[in-house]
Design a protein around this ligand. Structure first.
Ligand code: ADP
Length: 382
């Protein structure tokens, strides 16, 4: 039985969504208890499958949500495994919720969603998103790249693609690019065929357009979904937070103080949407001339200061490099060549993300039963 949870804790916990079932942990009855003792909350979290790797993700999310509650300084979580009856009750709630929920994202629940954001345009956000996606794929991952910059899309140009999306069985198929052992699956407004369709899409509220990309694209299996978000802190960002509450933000900034301030605003937005900021990437860090001398053309230390301010790691610093711009212009991202200085930096960033910051969810030791049930819940007739 769930004990009564005070309203403030329940509100905070209602933002924690089970990634498989897409419903919050309070509604699903997974919070058996949440009791305050001074500035500590003790939580008993009931999990569907004790050994599932999603467990640590969920625990982290619970802790983060409760730490947002004023006066709470520490969170202690005990996990217990649900028995068969409790699981059945949870599945019937999940089924009901899935039917009521208007959004049915086709992004697999285990894909780690990395949303690349910046406070303002021109800091190299799209270049970072594309090169990061390429580097992750080159490491062997299956990587979706969603160009959610609906008006200012640049991903097709950066990858040298002018394909059109094919539609099969009512779903759009991403453009697939095999890269070494991995696979890149790309979707952008720029791939929509025909003026009519483009006009129809542009007529949609931006947020709806992104929703369509999440619902109506056959993403298939994915380890990562890298989302190139429009700059700023608008509706698309909040919409993504609502549609994919597991999105984690990568903040792109330049070393300049002003850029750092606006990127800080994006971090505030993340907090309001209860999204995790995974880290900061500083772009256009310094310029190294042919003689090896380094020039901080756009100032220095912005990325580090921002990362410190919001308490997240500085994941990497990409130099000002003509090869980044040239690669973009030629549609051959610099990350394709890991022997180039910037290509090597992107490879290192991808390695850090894949091994420490946001490792792909390894499902091999997780029972497939729950997935079957979840799929059944979503496809059940209403
Ligand atoms: P945003 O998405 O933030 O608007 P873009 O990725 O479109 O920014 O980059 C803006 C411009 O800066 C592009 O011309 C791009 O090629 C260039 N650029 C981005 N990063 C670098 C870099 N590290 N060195 C040199 N030029 C860069």
């Amino acid at each position: 039985m769930t004990e009564a949870i005070d309203a403030e804790l329940a509100e905070a916990l209602s933002h924690v969504v089970d990634p498989e079932l897409g419903t919050d942990v309070v509604t699903l009855g997974m919070i058996r208890a949440a009791v305050r003792e001074g500035s500590t909350v003790r939580v008993e979290l009931a999990l569907t499958i004790a050994a599932c790797p999603l467990r640590s993700q969920l625990q982290g999310d619970v802790e983060r949500a409760l730490r947002h509650v004023p006066g709470i300084e520490s969170v202690e979580i005990t996990t217990v495994a649900m028995d068969r009856e409790e699981r059945a009750a949870l599945m019937s709630i999940a089924r009901r919720e899935a039917q009521q929920r208007p959004i049915r994202s086709s992004v697999p629940p285990t894909a780690r969603v990395l949303a690349v954001v910046s406070g303002k345009g021109g800091v190299g956000k799209s270049s970072v998103a594309v090169n990061l996606a390429v580097s992750l794929a080159r490491r062997g991952a299956r990587v979706g790249l969603l160009d959610a910059d609906i008006w200012g899309f640049s991903v097709p140009r950066l990858l040298g693609l002018d394909d059109k999306l094919e539609v099969r069985a009512g779903k759009m198929l991403p453009i697939e690019l095999p890269l070494d052992d991995g696979l890149l699956k790309v979707v952008s407004m720029g791939f929509l065929s025909g003026e009519d369709e483009a006009i129809m899409w542009r007529g949609l509220v931006l947020n709806r357009a992104v929703q369509h990309f999440l619902e109506d694209v056959a993403w298939g299996a994915l380890d990562y979904l890298v989302v190139d978000l429009p700059p700023g802190t608008g509706d698309v960002q909040m919409g993504l937070a609502r549609m994919l509450p597991h999105s984690e933000l990568l903040l792109v900034t330049t070393p300049a103080l002003a850029a750092q301030k606006v990127a800080g605003r994006a971090a505030d937005m993340a907090r309001r949407g209860h999204l995790r900021v995974a880290g900061v990437i500083e772009n256009m860090s310094s310029f190294v001339c042919d003689h090896g001398e380094e020039y901080a053309l756009f100032g220095s230390g912005g990325g580090e200061r921002l990362a410190e301010e919001i308490g997240v790691p500085l994941i990497g610093q990409i130099p000002i490099d003509a090869a980044v711009a040239a690669g973009g212009d030629e549609g051959r991202p610099v990350a394709l060549d890991s022997t180039s200085p910037s290509g090597a930096v992107f490879a290192a960033i991808a390695e850090l993300i894949a091994t420490e910051i946001a490792p792909a969810v390894e499902m091999s030791n997780c029972s497939a039963i729950l997935f079957g049930l979840a799929r059944e819940a979503v496809s059940a007739p209403s």
